[in-house]
Ligand binder design. Structure first.
Ligand SMILES: Nc1ncnc2c1ncn2[C@@H]1O[C@H](COP(=O)(O)OP(=O)(O)OP(=O)(O)O)[C@@H](O)[C@H]1O
Length: 328
């Protein structure tokens, strides 16, 4: 009955935990995150920085993709062992910043959660309050090295990075519909941004068409019929706290894979709340795997997201990059 398969166990943890000598903090601020909530958060954060006499520079993003360019420009002009970059926004903002840092492994990154979902904070920094998160970052005591995921889509050039989850299928459509929705804006206003993802699940469950896929995890080849989603995770959470891969750890050198297949729509809807406690993995239609290299192919292209941002469609190959990123 329980179809939870663990053919790889966690590797030895690569926790680094050391103090750094950071001389200057760069804050990359996406004031549009959380549908504008980040702007008011930033006002309070800046006040705290000024009160403490911190040496910092803040730069605002002006459009999608800008955080990545800013991160590259900063790292090219500054001594990499003296700076830290801090993303202020949601998971989309941190996704852009870590991609900008791809060629600069020595630069630590921090996150002040001010978006709608904030799964990065849940999985890495464990601090949901932006002011508390700022205090932790400034103390730079909690510096550790973490794994990142790398993905290559057939239609794109080069390797891209994700921090939390790479998702294919239903969850990608949920991310797309949520990001385009007007209810996300309204729910963010009343501090219920994560509920927007739940609304999208209910909207899509009766129209989404599950697809057949081929999955390879390390050397192991598998076929799944009527697949709703494949979620490749570095941390347990996606979509604002859904615990899709409860055992995923960002410092074990491995990625966890959750495949939901052959489940009828009504069962999916009824069981959906279980994902918040990670209890969905008990069901025969849910397969959990773990590995270092994952490829997904399908006859028809299936939408894919990285950290909640739509990035393309299948086929895709994904690998883990063990301990590559310093996070404060
Ligand atoms: N100045 C800007 N104006 C509009 N959009 C921006 C701007 N700067 C960045 N963006 C885009 O805003 C999008 C949303 O940002 P982000 O994901 O950080 O917030 P969120 O969607 O509210 O939070 P979460 O992803 O945690 O649910 C990203 O795709 C990013 O590229």
């Amino acid at each position: 009955m329980v179809v939870v398969e663990r053919f790889r166990s966690h590797k030895k943890q690569n926790w680094a935990g050391k103090r750094m000598n950071i001389k200057k903090f760069y804050f990359i601020v996406n004031k549009s995150a959380g549908n504008g909530k980040a702007g008011s958060f930033w006002y309070r954060l800046r006040k705290r920085l000024d009160e403490r006499g911190i040496n910092y520079i803040a730069v605002d993003t002006h459009c999608p993709g800008h955080a990545e360019k800013l991160a590259i420009d900063i790292c090219r002009t500054e001594k990499n062992d003296e700076i830290a970059l801090v993303a202020v926004g949601g998971d989309g903002t941190i996704h852009e910043v870590i991609n900008g840092l791809s060629d600069f492994p020595g630069v630590p990154v921090g996150f002040l959660p001010a978006g709608s979902g904030n799964d990065f904070a849940r999985g890495f920094t464990h601090e949901s309050d932006p002011l508390m998160a700022l205090d932790k970052i400034l103390s730079t005591i909690n510096l550790a090295t973490y794994d990142m995921g790398a993905y290559r889509l057939a239609e794109s050039v080069g390797l891209r990075t994700f921090a939390s989850t790479f998702g294919i299928g239903f969850d990608a459509e949920v991310s797309r519909v949520t990001n385009e929705s007007s209810y996300k804006r309204w729910l963010n206003k009343i501090k219920l941004g994560r509920v927007a993802y739940i609304v999208s699940v209910v909207r899509l469950v009766f129209s989404y068409v599950p697809q057949d896929i081929e999955l390879v995890v390390d050397e192991r080849k598998m076929s799944f019929n009527r697949t709703w989603l494949v979620a490749v995770s570095n941390i347990p959470f996606m979509g604002g706290g859904m615990m899709v891969n409860p055992s995923a750890r960002p410092n074990d050198g491995l990625l966890d894979v959750c495949v939901v297949h052959n489940m009828n729509r009504f069962k999916l809807l009824v069981l959906f709340p279980l994902i918040y406690g990670g209890k969905h993995i008990r069901y025969k239609e849910v397969k959990i795997l773990r590995g270092e290299k994952i490829t997904v192919t399908s006859r028809h292209p299936i939408t894919a997201h990285a950290d909640g941002e739509i990035v393309g469609s299948t086929p895709v190959s994904i690998t883990v990059q063990p301990g590559i990123r310093k996070v404060i």
